[in-house]
Unconditional design. Sequence first.
Length: 293
Amino acid sequence: MVAEKFRDHFDFFIICDKRARRNDKKRLGSFSLSIHFQLYCLAHMYRNKKISLVMPCLNEEKGLPQIARDLPAWIDQVIVVDNNSTDNTAAVARSFGWTVIPETRRGYGRAYKTGLANATSDIIVTMDGDGTYPRNFIPILLDVMLEEEIDFISCDRTGHKDRPSSFLRILGNDILNLFIWLIYWFRIHDSQSGMWVFKRELLARMNLTSDTMAFSEEIKLEAFTLPGLHARELVIYYKERHGESKLNIWRDGFANLMFLFKKRFGMLDKAEPLIANDWRLEARDLEIENQKS
Ligand SMILES: Nc1nc2c(ncn2[C@@H]2O[C@H](COP(=O)(O)OP(=O)(O)OP(=O)(O)O)[C@@H](O)[C@H]2O)c(=O)[nH]1
Ligand SMILES: [Mg+2]
């Protein structure tokens, strides 16, 4: 039911986006509307939940201003994890009042681990710092999450047919999705998506080992296979990248494929949870145990 509503919203946003690009006047109109909506929401929090946004960033000074332009003002905490960027990423992020966490150890996964461990809100939203992921979908994703009692949403770019992506990337993603199906037994359409919305408390249960680009598929493997978790994919649209890509298609693609096997066949050491367990999780585990017996 809510998922259907979401699909309508998706079409609506695609139409608005196209129209806004065609007509500057309309863009100004929708901009002032969103300002009013944001002023109305200045009280922070969303439906009584605190929200953190976490972004790993390596030389993303061009992407961050795109994100700041239409990021909902009620987001309580914005964390940028900076890996010694050689451009002005840190200064640009600070100019928007965001928290910059320096991380000297390189890697997408490493940056995420540091950022997620420092997030303090009830719900965490993630995205790249390159401006590709839709900020105006955040409230809709949160609505779906709260109304359908979903624990983890993985945003699926494949529903946006005109998305800017090369044939090789789409093929690589499909191959990884196929292997996930074959060796983990669940279907996913976009295992490499970098936008997730999830309850922070899940971090206490997840075994997140990867320091590299494989972190993106690893967090989904955890979310979709942990017992008692409700994980879903929902479609989003996806925009052109600002700044240079950090993805090496062949190297990262092959490493991500190998990672799937290593994790499945227990070839990785167990990682420390990113946050301490809390009483809510223990209570829910007990509930699951009771249901089983
Ligand atoms: N802190 C940190 N961030 C990184 C590192 N590698 C990549 N990132 C960031 O992680 C995000 C994902 O990297 P991208 O280059 O966008 O990779 P991608 O989305 O697969 O590729 P594109 O579709 O070309 O954007 C971006 O915000 C990068 O700046 C790293 O080693 N450290
Ligand atoms: Mg990207």
